[in-house]
Each structure stands twice: as structure tokens, then as C-alpha cells.
Design a binder for this molecule. Structure first.
Ligand code: UD1
Length: 330
């Protein structure tokens, strides 16, 4: 099959492209380069520069490259920004997906892997979040992902598409330093930034109802996440039309913010204790995936642990910040 990978020049997309081509699939990247980087697209993989809102550009890309399936990762993903710019987020994430589905139906491209998020669950009141846990997103970003899932399912039913929505938990790590996430919007890079600046990493609240009082998350290595896309794409390629899957992608293991800041210090060679600050509004105490369904459906499970994620992300950070390594004490 030939897979059009929207957002394939982004952090996660670039990993998905590599995993797909390494597995022998043909990939074409479709990216508007608003946050994606052309250099992340490997040699030999065509890059089509375009927006998913541009139906004509999509139609031409489908025809020119004989596309048979789509992995849709293009989208906006910053929670705080989504609160400030909901119209922009609904347009990019929901209208963009609608335009993509429209182009797919017209061109008879019938297979779609949709990048969703654990943010659809909001503040889940359960130890392990299954795909049946009620979805109550807490911000416009999560809403656009849930609306996207609904749209995928409805279009799939009406037009006989074969689809999957993958709910990513907390993604970290890199396959190589030049593929690392360059944004500083999540825990791991935010702690790196503090350490590099000679400041204490911050823990946003230590009075949660969790074992050490800090929030618990399910961190997943981006390389494992990319492999889950390959397994999903293969499943869809062989599945009857109309199949629709919704799958959590996590490790099923909770790690606290305190455990993360301790391990980041250890892996990077720093020893700067974290300081506890105010809670960040909207943070759930615990979000950990039940990862049984994806194991049963696809035979996929994560291989990399949190130490691998931190070490590979740190190698990427050092590439961007060559002076970041701690100075030896003499
Ligand atoms: C983020 C997204 C969420 C998405 C999820 C998985 C945000 C706000 N939320 O979740 O929508 O579903 O990824 O893709 O972007 N923390 C600190 N100190 C820091 C930075 C973070 O204590 O300097 C804490 C946070 O309070 C949180 C945990 O670390 O408890 C993880 O934070 P973050 O990496 O931002 O991800 P989430 O908010 O869990």
C-alpha cells in the first residue's frame, strides 16, 4: 500500500514515516510545514507541501502518488493555545479532518489511521483507563480530538471506510537526536530546560491523591508509538471495509512527576532537586492506559522504558543545546 502521512514532517510523524518505510510500506509525506521541518523527511520519501484544508491539493497528491491509505497526524496539539484559540483549533483539527475525509471519499481512498489523544478522557476517575472509559474532554484540544473520532466513525459507516483512532498517552523520546521534539511544552523538555538554566525543575502540585502526591502519567516512547502505527496500518490493510478500531497507546504503567524528575536528574548527570509549585489548572491526578485491547487486536506492546525515553530525548536536547551537560565539580 501507499500511505499518505499527514504531519509527516513533525516530531511524531517523522518517526511514523521511518517505521513505515523500515517495515516495507511506501510513504508520502503531506505537511504544511507550519511546525513540521522538511529536513525530517527521509531521502526517497516524497514531500508534498500543503494544508489538509486544501481539498484540491489533497486530491492531486492522492492521484499523483496512487495513495491507498492515510495516516493523519497533522494537527494542532497545544492545550493552552487551544483554550486561547478554539476557532483555530476546531478549524485545523476538525475542519481539516472533514476536508481530508471528503477528499478520501471522492478519491476512493478507504483506509485511515487517525491520531487521537488521551486528552479525550479528560479527568478519568479510574485507575486504568480503558477505551470504554467515558470521554469528557476538559479543553478545546481534547474536544477536537473527540469530535475527530466521531467524524471518522460516522464517515466510515456512511462510506465504507476502514478506520482506526489511536489515543496516544504521554509521548517522549526519539529514535535519533535529530528527530527529537524541539518544543518545550511537556514535562521532559521542561525539566531539561530548567536544569540547563541552572534552575530547579518544577513539580506542579504535590498534594494529589497519588502515592507520592504528584501526578501520575503513562509515558510512551515515540519509537514504540510509531511501531503501533505500522501494526495498525497492516491490520487495516487486511480488514474488511467498515472496520473501526479505537485503541489506547500506552504502556499501562504509571510514573509520577517526582519519579520522572528524579530519573531525569540521574540520566542527565544533574542533581538539582525539584521544587514543588502550585498545581497547574486542569491537570488530572492520574491518567494511565489499560493497554490490553491493542495487545489483543494487534499483538503490539511497548518495548522501551522511561529511562530510554529520557536518555534519547536528552541526546536530542544536547544536539540543540551543546552546553547543556552538567559541568563536573572540581
Ligand atoms: C499532555 C497534554 C494532554 C495530552 C497528553 C498526552 C497538556 C497540558 N496536556 O498531557 O492533552 O493528552 O499530553 O498526549 O499539554 N509537569 C510538572 N512540571 C513541569 C511540566 C509538567 O510538574 O515543568 C507535570 C504536569 O503537571 C503533569 C505531568 O507533568 O502532571 C505531565 O505534563 P505534560 O508533559 O504537560 O503532559 P500532560 O499534561 O499529562
Amino acid at each position: 500500500m501507499t500511505w499518505l502521512i499527514t504531519g509527516g514532517a513533525g516530531y511524531i510523524g517523522a518517526h511514523v514515516v521511518r517505521a513505515m518505510t523500515a517495515a516495507g510500506e511506501t510513504a508520502v509525506v503531506y505537511d504544511d510545514l507550519s511546525t513540521g521541518v522538511a529536513e525530517r523527511v527521509p531521502a526517497g520519501v516524497p514531500l508534498v507541501v500543503g494544508s489538509v484544508l486544501d481539498g484540491d491539493r489533497l486530491a492531486r497528491a492522492f492521484a499523483e502518488h496512487a495513495v491507498t491509505g492515510v495516516v493523519h497526524l497533522a494537527g494542532k496539539k497545544r492545550v493552552g493555545e487551544s483554550v486561547e484559540r478554539p476557532l483555530h483549533y476546531y478549524r485545523e483539527n476538525v475542519e481539516g479532518l472533514r476536508a481530508l475525509l471528503d477528499a478520501m471519499v471522492t478519491a476512493d481512498v478507504t483506509r485511515l489511521v487517525f491520531s487521537s489523544s488521551a486528552s479525550v478522557y479528560g479527568m478519568p476517575d479510574v485507575d486504568m483507563v480503558t477505551e470504554e472509559t467515558p470521554c469528557l474532554p476538559m479543553n478545546p484540544y481534547g474536544e477536537t480530538k473527540l469530535a475527530g473520532e466521531w467524524l471518522v466513525r460516522a464517515a466510515g459507516r456512511a462510506h465504507g471506510l476502514t478506520t482506526a483512532s489511536l489515543r496516544y498517552f504521554n509521548v517522549a523520546g526519539a529514535a535519533a537526536p535529530d528527530l527529537a521534539d524541539t518544543g518545550v511544552f511537556n514535562l521532559v523538555p521542561m525539566v531539561f530546560e530548567k536544569l540547563t538554566d541552572g534552575a530547579a525543575p518544577r513539580i506542579f502540585g504535590a498534594d494529589y491523591a497519588t502515592p507520592d502526591g504528584t501526578c501520575v502519567r503513562d509515558y510512551i516512547h515515540v519509537v514504540d508509538l510509531a511501531e503501533a502505527h505500522v501494526a495498525t496500518a497492516r491490520k487495516l490493510a487486511a480488514a474488511p471495509r467498515g472496520t473501526d478500531l479505537t485503541l489506547n497507546i500506552g504502556r499501562g504503567e504509571g510514573v509520577s512527576v517526582r519519579e520522572m524528575t528524579d530519573l531525569i536528574n540521574e540520566v542527565t548527570g544533574y542533581s538539582t532537586p525539584a521544587e514543588v509549585t502550585e498545581r497547574r489548572p486542569g491537570d488530572p491526578a492520574r491518567v494511565v492506559a489499560a493497554a490490553d485491547r491493542i495487545a489483543a487486536e494487534l499483538g503490539w506492546s511497548a518495548k522501551h522504558d522511561v529511562r530510554d525515553m529520557i536518555a534519547s530525548a536528552w541526546a536530542g536536547w544536547l544536539r540543540e543545546h551543546p552546553d547543556a551537560a552538567p559541568r563536573p565539580v572540581v
